[in-house]
Ligand binder design. Structure first.
Ligand code: EPU
Length: 336
């Protein structure tokens, strides 16, 4: 276990906001975590972080305890001729988990290559890309709460939806994910229908999880800025889901608008498209800017505070609302 006072979080938030935590604790096991959170010395507020790739700190000092998991095991819990079940520690880097599966020719998670962050946060956020979401592979989620009670959430208990799980609810505030269990297929199956994935695979002699991983990494690198170079948190906004009537009204004036049907009556519209059409792609607002290759991403050009980022976000949201009548909401979690 590592415990530090007045700990700089620059390395722990991909936006590159210069923030210090009053206390930072990294634990190595569930037993250590239980002892810590049920102990007399532990007091709220606390913030449990993963890779800090979806966080925006508003202030330059966090007056509480930041917790970080160093549970890094990947364990096979069951295997048959069709599938392998893995129990993965919350502190495993998401992309290390993907690489682990791809190396063993397990199918299902390759489209989620290069997503920043860690496995525990991946379940909380139900991360997704290129037609696959974490929920498609998760079987159960192991947790402990601040009273020290352990609970295993079944897939249904997690109430997964687009970038959502029950762990995002205020009622889950004291619940900490310790392990995530996945089922990966041993039988060849791919999801290649999204964007240019299938097209780019034509350059490869055969489709394999490794080839798909390479293609996804190439696409991501061409659109999404590297946080080590330009601070960002991936998609800053969620794609809005609107009633079909709203979608049809907008489409009359914008026939080329991209969209994804979501059931009978709802349509998901890419926020990146709405933001670009509102004139924000590549535009700066003080030290914050809308990325020039993907308008869904907000970047820290250097020295931006959380409030600079929020000022840009508010201005973008106002423009989209004025032009299209649609409210877009940040995907990124704001910390006061
Ligand atoms: N688009 C524009 N302008 C832009 C950006 C996008 O017109 O500046 C259009 C594209 O041309 C395309 C459509 O919007 O027709 C969708 O774009 P893209 O495929 O890049 O995906 P997205 O909807 O912008 C989502 C996820 C990403 C994920 C990609 C690929 C959300 C909030 N974002 O972005 O996730 O990588 O799909 O599946 O759902 C993340 O969450 O951090 C993230 C990067």
């Amino acid at each position: 276990m590592i415990e530090k006072k007045d700990f700089p979080l620059l390395r722990y938030n991909t936006f590159g906001i210069d923030v210090t935590a009053a206390r930072f604790i990294e634990y190595d096991s569930v037993d250590e975590l239980r002892e810590l959170i049920t102990g007399a010395r532990f007091s709220e507020p606390f913030l449990h972080i993963g890779g800090g790739s979806n966080l925006l700190f508003l202030n330059n000092y966090y007056e509480g305890t930041v917790l970080h998991s160093n549970i890094k095991t990947i364990e096979v819990t069951d295997e048959d001729s069709c599938a392998v079940r893995l129990k993965v520690g919350s502190g495993v880097a998401w992309d290390d988990f993907v690489a682990h599966c791809v190396k063993r020719n397990l199918y299902g998670v390759e489209n989620l290559s290069l997503i920043p962050g860690e496995v525990g946060a991946g379940a909380v956020q139900n991360i997704g890309a290129y037609g696959v979401e974490a929920k498609d592979l998760i079987t159960e989620v192991h947790t402990i709460d601040t009273e020290g009670r352990e609970r295993i959430y079944s897939h249904a208990d997690c109430r997964f939806a687009y970038r959502y799980s029950i762990f995002k609810e205020p009622s889950s505030k004291g619940v900490i994910v310790t392990y995530v269990c996945f089922r990966l297929s041993k039988q060849e199956s791919y999801t290649l229908g999204y964007g240019t994935v299938r097209k780019e695979l034509e350059d490869y002699p055969a489709v394999t999880p490794g080839a798909v991983r390479e293609v996804i990494i190439r696409i991501r690198n061409s659109k999404l800025p590297d946080p080590a170079v330009l601070g960002n948190a991936g998609s800053f906004f969620m794609n809005p889901v609107v009633p079909k009537t709203t979608f049809e009204a907008i489409r009359r004036d914008h026939p080329s608008m991209p969209f994804y049907p979501m059931g009978e009556d709802s349509i998901k519209i890419p926020a990146g498209w709405l933001i670009e059409q509102s004139g924000w792609k590549g535009k700066s607002f003080g030290p914050a800017a809308v990325h020039d290759k993907q308008a869904l991403v907000v970047v820290n050009k250097g020295g931006a505070t959380g409030r600079d980022i929020i000022a840009l976000s508010d201005a973008v949201r106002r423009s989209v609302k004025e032009k299209f009548g649609i409210d877009i909401h940040p995907e990124v979690k704001t910390i006061c």
